[in-house]
Design a protein around this ligand. Structure first.
Ligand SMILES: [Zn+2]
Length: 435
């Protein structure tokens, strides 16, 4: 029996899906305008692990896991303008990087990855419905959700109105009927990305995207809705309001699962604070499994302080697991590991039990549930060199290219490829990743 902490009720509850053959989970995905940092990777790894646990418990085909891609957003538009390219150039580039980085951390792609730009019609339909029901209104090319029209608003974050207004950091536009009202649709200038709509050419707000895509792909009420703690308010509160009001009061999700932040020193790791470390950077000196184990070494709801020691400890533990398990065939998952994971995904306890196991085939099977020990032990111990060597080889290759010695440049690329290192030439120079 899996138990999950539900943010809505603030307690751990037995996880009983609506339909055991079709369990639905939606996690808010990346806004693709920059490289993900290791804090962004935490929800990807946590919900990938939860997906593995659900499939272990209910069967490999029991779960539909959707994670969206926000590919229309003001930050994307700003990046595209800065580079003088179409927004799709930015979004395609950073979605590819995101999938590569998460793939390196052993995160399987979700079953469905809806893109906002491909789902404008269901968003427009939901907005029209909200207007028709008196929950939204048009004003100066915008459409706004009218918060006072929803008496249950605030049910997830449990904030009173004053805290909500402070938390929403709303710049109160003159066309808002109420300062808490939030944007469903906004106008686009002629040069800007936009779509025709009953309210003129424009683009969707962020919150409506998730509500409309959940409805289109999974249904009115899903089993699990996930994301980082920072999404509880206003994003998830707004998703709830939109969906409940559009669907006659049907709840959007039956379990709300939120992960804590990755911290740097005393602060949350975030782009706006400029204190980020990216998987791209970390993968030059560490293997993806090491980073994955590091991310799972604290309980998902707790803050995770990111330190060199954390990563070193993860590496030591993996070395031990690969040494003991070797290349044994996976057997039965250990009961102790399974019990820990089933108790609200208690990964620190599961890892300590895993590390204490002696039976190689049980280690293999239990580690797989955590997305670990996916390499052969030979590959693990062989591919142990850091990134300094690769950087010097890249410098050698750049010099060969500058001297028009393309045979040498190609030879270096091929030698690195044979070691599982893929080079990527871009405008800012050559970067590399593990294949
Ligand atoms: Zn969302």
């Amino acid at each position: 029996m899996i138990r999950l902490h539900d943010t809505m009720t603030r307690e751990k509850r037995p996880f009983v899906p609506l339909n055991k053959q079709r369990i639905t989970m939606y996690v808010c995905g990346p806004t693709v305008y920059g490289r993900a940092h290791i804090g962004n990777a935490r929800p990807a790894v946590v919900f990938d692990t939860l997906a593995r646990l659900i499939r272990h418990e209910f069967g490999p085909k029991s779960l539909i896991y959707a994670r969206n891609v926000t590919d229309v957003d003001d930050k994307i538009i700003a990046s595209a303008e800065e580079e003088g390219v179409d927004p799709s150039v930015i979004t395609e580039r950073f979605e590819r990087f995101y999938l590569e980085d998460m793939g390196a951390l052993g995160v399987a792609p979700p079953d469905i990855a809806p893109h906002a730009t491909a789902e404008i019609a269901p968003m427009v339909a939901m907005i029209e419905r909200l207007i028709g029901l008196g929950h939204a209104y048009e004003a100066e090319g915008h459409v706004l959700f009218h918060v006072p029209s929803d008496p249950t608003y605030g049910v997830l974050s449990k904030r009173d109105r004053e805290a909500m207004l402070a938390g929403a950091r709303v710049e109160v536009a003159p066309y808002k009927r109420d300062p808490a009202d939030f944007v469903l649709w906004k106008p686009s200038g002629p040069e800007m990305i936009g779509w025709d709509s009953p309210w003129g050419r424009g683009r969707p707000g962020w919150h409506i995207e998730c509500s409309a895509m959940i409805r289109a792909h999974l249904g009115e009420t899903i089993d699990i809705h996930g994301g980082g703690l920072d999404l509880i308010f206003p994003h998830h509160e707004n998703e709830i309001a939109q969906s409940r009001c559009a669907h006659g009061g049907a709840p959007l999700a039956r379990y709300w699962v939120h992960n804590g932040f990755v911290d740097m020193g005393a602060e949350k790791m975030s782009k706006s604070l400029g204190n980020v470390i990216t998987p791209e950077e970390l993968l030059k000196t560490h293997k993806g499994e090491t980073l994955r184990l590091a991310l799972l070494s604290a309980h998902y709801r707790s803050p995770l302080p990111w330190t060199e020691n954390l990563v070193a400890q993860a590496k030591t533990n993996l070395d031990k697991l690969y040494r003991v398990a070797g290349d044994a065939d996976p057997g039965e998952v250990d009961e102790g590991v399974l019990e820990a994971l089933s108790d609200d995904l208690n990964t620190p306890l599961a890892l300590s039990r895993l590390i204490a196991l002696e039976d190689a085939s049980a280690i293999k099977a239990s580690a797989a549930l955590l997305g670990l020990l996916e390499e052969s032990s030979d590959a693990w111990f062989r591919g142990d060199s850091g990134g300094a060597d690769v950087d010097s080889r890249i410098a050698e290759r750049a010099e060969a290219k500058a001297n028009r010695d393309f045979a040498t440049a190609d030879r270096i690329r091929d030698e690195l490829a044979a070691d599982g290192i893929v080079l990527e030439d871009g405008p800012g120079g050559t970067t590399w990743r593990r294949a």
